[in-house]
Design a binder for this molecule. Structure first.
Ligand SMILES: NC(=O)C1=CN([C@@H]2O[C@H](COP(=O)(O)OP(=O)(O)OC[C@H]3O[C@@H](n4cnc5c(N)ncnc54)[C@H](OP(=O)(O)O)[C@@H]3O)[C@@H](O)[C@H]2O)C=CC1
Ligand SMILES: N[C@@H](CC(=O)OP(=O)(O)O)C(=O)O
Length: 334
């Protein structure tokens, strides 16, 4: 569109929504008009975009008239509730929730992984689970070169994955613990401060959590690998922001550490941080507020008798690459 797009951010006061507004500005996305939407609780509050103060409005079915692109990050139920109004208004919905990700008529996209899938959209494009997005930015270029067969993953997920309330809870709990005060967990199942919790999202009857199964199902969809094998343990850790993941990868073909480093060096959206002698490796503190996913600790898997296995470690700001940035990158491709 010559003069830019009318953009709505739905969930503009949340952990992801706030970053969406900043990302639209930082990437100089061609915004003609920006509408900021949240619940009635936030109506009348303000946010700043390109030096301009914008009032936050309560989201209603009427909110999408004249909107070209609606960036949704207000939870799955809200996405389901407002999808008909967005489609009726002729806008494209880019949805961060898990509501439509596995629907056949909804492309699930990480622009560095499967940008071509965007073309299939019928009004809704889904953003993947943040942990899956971070993993695939690093794994997809290795797959393209060597043919991925299997992933075994353990994750180290920040409090920010549970939104603004998750980050608040970690800060408050840390203070309470140091002050010897009682703690009452709300956003997480247990105390997170000075602890870790191997439980993210609800449990499935096979013992895996829904978060772990998203890593399997969403990876298969985005890589177009219906037989890809993925086993994962997702763990919440007391880091404020940026998820990390230890990944054991098996390929169809031999791959050396040097080959893998060269592939990662050239890949978009990922930065090689892999100099163990200099104590240089990915860490969440370094990944925070970075657009690129950091990838390092690349090793040949010594538990195998062949050269088809690699171990790698990634850290990525999932509020950005897993959500806000990914959504804006999708909008840039429309
Ligand atoms: N945090 C993350 O790392 C990631 C999050 N996501 C997804 O993004 C979505 C939002 O996550 P996050 O930003 O973390 O969550 P937050 O809890 O931080 O923010 C939720 C947002 O939704 C708004 N909202 C809640 N109820 C309504 C309503 N009835 N009508 C309109 N707006 C409403 C809130 O507005 P108000 O302030 O007025 O309540 C707020 O702006 C979720 O679907 C999540 O799964 C996806 C990938 C990563
Ligand atoms: N579940 C992720 C964040 C998230 O919102 O995921 P999803 O969009 O798949 O529900 C976490 O807690 O770290």
């Amino acid at each position: 569109m010559a003069n830019g797009f009318n953009v709505a951010v739905a969930g503009a006061t949340g952990a992801v929504g706030v970053e969406m507004i900043k990302t639209l500005e930082k990437r100089n996305f061609p915004v003609k008009n920006l509408k900021l939407l949240a619940s009635a609780r936030s109506a009348g509050k303000t946010a700043t975009f390109k030096g301009e103060t914008i009032k936050i409005e309560e989201m209603t079915e009427e909110s999408f008239k004249g909107v070209d692109i609606a960036l949704f990050s207000a939870g799955g139920d809200i996405s389901k509730q407002f999808r008909p109004a967005v489609v009726r208004a002729g806008a494209v919905m880019i949805d961060n929730s898990s509501a439509f990700r596995m629907d056949d008529d909804v492309p699930l996209v990480v622009p560095e992984v499967n940008p071509e899938d965007i073309k299939q959209h019928k009004g809704v494009i889904a953003n993947p689970n943040c942990t899956t997005a971070i993993m695939l930015v690093a794994v997809a270029p290795l797959h393209r070169a060597k043919g991925l067969r299997r992933i075994v993953a353990a994750t180290y997920q920040a409090a920010s994955g549970a939104g603004a309330k998750g980050m608040d809870e970690l800060l408050v709990q840390t203070r309470q613990l140091l002050d010897g005060q009682p703690i009452a967990p709300k956003a997480f199942a247990h105390r997170l401060a000075f602890n870790l919790i191997p439980h993210i999202d609800v449990f499935n009857e096979n013992g895996y959590t829904k978060e772990e199964l998203k890593m399997l199902n969403e990876s298969r969809k985005m890589l177009h690998l219906p037989n890809l094998l993925v086993s994962c343990t997702c763990v919440r850790i007391p880091v404020l922001r940026a998820h990390s993941e230890a990944l054991n990868l098996e390929f169809e073909n031999d791959i050396s550490v040097e080959e893998a480093r060269e592939i990662i060096r050239k890949a978009p959206g990922v930065q090689l941080v892999d100099d163990p002698a200099a104590k240089s490796y990915p860490m969440p503190a370094d990944a925070t507020e970075k657009y690129d996913v950091l990838c390092g600790r690349i090793r040949q898997d010594i538990s195998r008798n062949d050269k088809r296995g690699l171990d790698i470690f990634v850290s990525g700001d999932q509020v950005l690459k897993g959500a806000a940035l990914n959504a804006v990158q999708i909008a840039e491709l429309l």
